[in-house]
Design a protein around this ligand. Sequence first.
Ligand SMILES: [Zn+2]
Length: 243
Amino acid sequence: MRDPEIIDIASVQPKAGLGANFDSPTYPTLRFSTKCRILGDPSPQAIEPTDPSFVNDGLRQATLTREGHRCVFCGFYSSQNEVHNVNDNHRDMQPENLRSIDSLCHGWQHLGELGNGNAVIAYVPGLRGQDVNHLQRTIMVASQSDDPGLRDDAKTLLNWLASHRDYTTEAWGTHDPRVFGDALVKLNEEAREKREVLFQNLAVIFNPESYRQQVTAWVGESYRAFPTNQWARVYHDVMNAPA
Ligand SMILES: [Zn+2]
């Protein structure tokens, strides 16, 4: 190591690439949540507000337009993105409580409302929640490809991901998201604030059948620049790129 005293500070030039990543936005931690239970809610399973003013007054569209249809958690763009109530209270329609969100990140916020058979909780250490969702989206797009080989690969990868539910069952006694949703409702405020530690490395793995409509839209939007028939070439180029 060089002695710091003999470095001529004036001659030190920052590396050209320094700060290049400062432009990438930082996203909030993607953590588990569920909708606040409000007495008299006519649609307890709804994942967007059901108040007529939300749709009729254009609040829904205004939120999505303001945010450019990008997910607040992962930045994914889609015309199919939804509106999330940040504090989980679907009666609170203050603009700051309404954010654009993609359907997978939204699923993480609605464990109690996911419905039977639509998802499992899996133990996936080492991957950020957002990356698990990017991976699942790619798997869903591949599983609707015309290429049978790619569809097979997608199935293998999804089965591998979903098989991690066994670890959750072993440690928690269940992999049903609705049970986790019920538990979240019962947590006191202090424990609820620590939920990302409590549920660390757990991820929601979705049943692709529930997202067919969204996938069709994704193929024509964000994935249009990367059609599945070019994935093998892209993979080859990346793996053989000069160091
Ligand atoms: Zn997202």
